[in-house]
Every structure is written in C-alpha cells, then in structure tokens.
Design a binder for this molecule. Structure first.
Ligand code: PLP
Length: 404
C-alpha cells in the first residue's frame, strides 16, 4: 500500500522552491504565511502547570508512571465541563479519550473499519484522512491526482466551499469544521443535514473540530454533539494544538459516544467506544502526566482568558490578511471562523504559478490549494499563524504586488 502512494509532494515541493529562491536571492527576507504551525508561546497558565507537574515527577510521593489509558480524570472532567456541559452538549467522561494529537487519532480511527469500507472525503482536504486510508489499502489506486476508491466531495465557490452529501452509498465521511484549508464554517442547520444524512444512510461521521476555538459566529456549532442525533453517528476529534499552542507539546482528545454502534461482518451492532478503548489501550500508552496537567490549566477563568487572547491575536492577523485581499479585489473566503484564508488565484493563475508569482514578486510563501486535492486547483491558502510583524509586512508586499 505504501508503494502505491505518491511522495508527500506538497510541503517538500514548497520547501524546494523556497530554498531555490533564497539561494538565488540571499538578501531577500522571505515571509512565511504557509505554515499551519502556531508561533505564539504557550499560555502562562500552561507553563506554570508544566513546572509544577515536573516538580511532582521529582518526588517519590507524587511521581507518575504510565498514565491511565484513557487519560487522567482531572483533564477528562475539565474537558467535559468546559467544552460540552457548558454548551449543553451531552458527552460523558468515559466517552472522552485523551491522546497526543488530532493527527494521530484522525489517522488511526480508520483501522477500526473493514478494508472495503467506502470512504468519502471533502475536496480539498487535510491530507491525513486520505493518506491514512491509502496506507491501509482502502483508497485504491492513485491516478490523475485522485484515489480510485475514495468518494470526493467537492468544496468549491459554487457551493460556498461546503461539501454536499454523497449520492452513492458510503460508510465513513470525514468532515472538518472550521475547515482546513478553506476556512469555511457551517451553521447548526447545515451540520444537522449531515447528522440526519448519516442516520438515514447508515454511515459514520468523523468530525474534526481541531479549530473550534476560532469560531466567532453564534449560529455555528462548537461541537457536533450540539446537534440532536449526533451521538448515534459521529466521532469528534479536538486538539489543544491551535487553541493553546500545543503543536510541539502534543495533547488532544477524541469523543466516541457509547451510543454509537457500528456493524460487524454479520451485521450485529458493535460499540465503537469499546473498540477504540481496546485499540488505544493496546497501541497507545497515554499522554504524559505533565502534558495533561498543562492542558488542564486552560480550564480555569484565567486559562480561558489567556487562550482567548492567543486565538484573538491570530484572528486579528486573519482579519488583516482578509481585508487586504478584499481591498485588492481578490476573491477570498475564510478567516472569520478559522485561521485560514482561502483565495482564488488572481489573473487566472493555477495554484503553483501563483505560488511562484508571490514568492518571486513579494517574497511571501503560502500553500498551493492544489496540494489539498483536485478541487483546490486555482486556489491558495494563507494562514494567520504568523507573527503580527510578518503578517503586516507580508500583506504590505502583497498589496504592492497585486495592486500594480
Ligand atoms: N486536524 C486538522 C484539520 C489540522 O489542520 C491539524 C493540524 O494542522 C490537525 C488535525 C492536527 O492536530 P494535532 O496537532 O492535534 O495533531
């Protein structure tokens, strides 16, 4: 299966082109608005918790060895209270699994399903969903930028970058809101359509909410469990990476409701919660104590304030980028409920031509939309995760280049 996979072309090719440009123009300062990584340090509450927990590890009375397989109660209960109870979404403590990243869990979940399960993915998409299924042989053959067995759900300007439910029968549907790469977010009513569809058609929704702290619109759901019926059809993945700057620290959680039943080969109902619990306790030995303590520190009034400041900082960058593009007459969306701005490449350029144009003309690096799937061709992603200085300088250079 691995041999069938194309190389990880996107970021390798971005890196190659940036290095070549820098070698040719050593004096030029390159500004990166392509990365999906955060640049702000951890909130102060997390640093304090890390120090305290580290000291506990030095004392035989408080030392911690292997963590509980599903996570420490102090973190699970805090997540339940702040992320679900507070929003009226029903999630029980034993449905929350602490992990080391939404990447691992969104990549690993597919192992629970049979090799011939039919998988639908939005297009463009966070590549992990596609690649993890390809590695398990569920995606078929890669030809003309497409996997033969995957069902692609195009997210294009005509549908407001909202995938539409598949016409054919599928088993698993990945959804990601707020979306990477398009920055799109749906309303409760729009998400209800998916939940109803999954219930009526016997499929499972794999809902990636890694960016949910970036939602600003009131009518947008922070969790799929705000939608009636979701507990029977949806798994939800969340992360501390983009909320609290944990990209290098690693902590996340996945919710697998106990009411969620899938079918075994004989058509008998099986609890997905039991299966995931079995999988995690066999293959994962838990997220470090000190890391879980650091994550739990955001669930205090002061922690929440610091997280809001962090997210607010990036969202101000998003506003600066979005408004610059609008002012220049570039078609752009996202950046309101997500740290990503998705723009249509101006002057009819394709994604890679615009990448080169922006790099050579402004020294600014973004991510070609084509790298996220066939429907991303002709689009380009900019991120709000840079520093304010980089964002301001980059938008000024973009203004000079595109305003000509
Ligand atoms: N899900 C989406 C949609 C992402 O864009 C990312 C990271 O860029 C992740 C998950 C990974 O999150 P984590 O750092 O928790 O592994």
């Amino acid at each position: 299966n691995y041999a069938l996979m194309p190389g990880s072309y996107l970021f390798a090719e971005v890196g190659r082109r940036v290095s070549a440009f820098q070698a040719a123009h050593p004096e030029k300062k390159i500004l990166k608005l392509g990365i999906g990584d955060v640049t702000r340090p951890l909130p102060k509450v997390c640093i304090e918790a890390l120090h305290k927990a580290t000291d506990e590890m030095a004392d035989p009375a408080t030392f911690q060895g292997y963590p509980p397989a599903q996570g420490y109660d102090f973190l699970i209960n805090a997540i339940k209270e702040y992320e679900y109870d507070a929003r009226g979404a029903k999630v029980e403590a034993d449905e929350i699994f602490i992990s080391d990243g939404a990447k691992s869990d969104t990549a690993n979940i597919q192992e629970l399903f049979s090799g011939d399960a039919v998988v639908a993915v939005p297009d463009p998409v966070y590549p992990v969903y596609v690649d993890s299924n390809a590695m398990s042989g569920r995606a078929g053959i890669y030809e003309n930028e497409r996997w033969s067995k995957l069902v692609y759900l195009p997210c294009v300007a005509e549908n407001g970058f909202m995938p539409e439910p598949p016409k054919e029968k599928v088993d698993l549907i990945y959804l990601c809101f707020p979306n990477n790469p398009t920055g799109a977010m749906l309303t409760r009513d729009q998400l209800k359509v998916w939940v109803d569809y999954a219930r009526e058609n016997g499929c499972l929704l794999l809902y990636d909410a890694a960016y949910r702290q970036y939602i600003t619109r009131e009518d947008a759901p922070r969790s799929i469990y705000e939608i009636e019926g979701a507990r029977e059809v949806a798994v939800e993945f969340c992360s501390f990476s983009k909320t609290a700057g944990f990209t290098g620290v690693r902590c996340s959680w996945t919710v697998v409701p106990k009411s969620l039943k899938v079918q075994d080969a004989a058509g008998n109902p099986v609890s997905l919660n039991d299966m995931w619990s079995r999988r995690q306790s066999t293959k994962y030995n838990g997220t470090a104590y000190i890391i879980q303590r650091a994550a739990a520190a955001i669930y205090t009034p002061e922690g929440q304030k610091q997280v809001r400041e962090n997210v607010g900082y990036y969202m101000e960058n998003a506003k600066i980028i979005r408004e610059t593009l609008v002012e220049l007459g570039v078609e752009a969306s996202g950046g309101v409920d997500a740290p990503y701005i998705w723009l249509k490449c101006p002057k009819g350029m394709d994604s890679w031509s615009f990448f080169d144009y922006l790099l050579s003309g402004a020294g600014v690096v973004g991510t070609p939309g084509a790298g996220f799937g066939p429907s991303g061709e002709g689009y380009f992603r900019l991120t709000a995760f840079g520093s304010r200085e980089v964002t301001l300088e980059a938008t000024q250079r973009i203004r000079e280049l595109l305003g000509k």
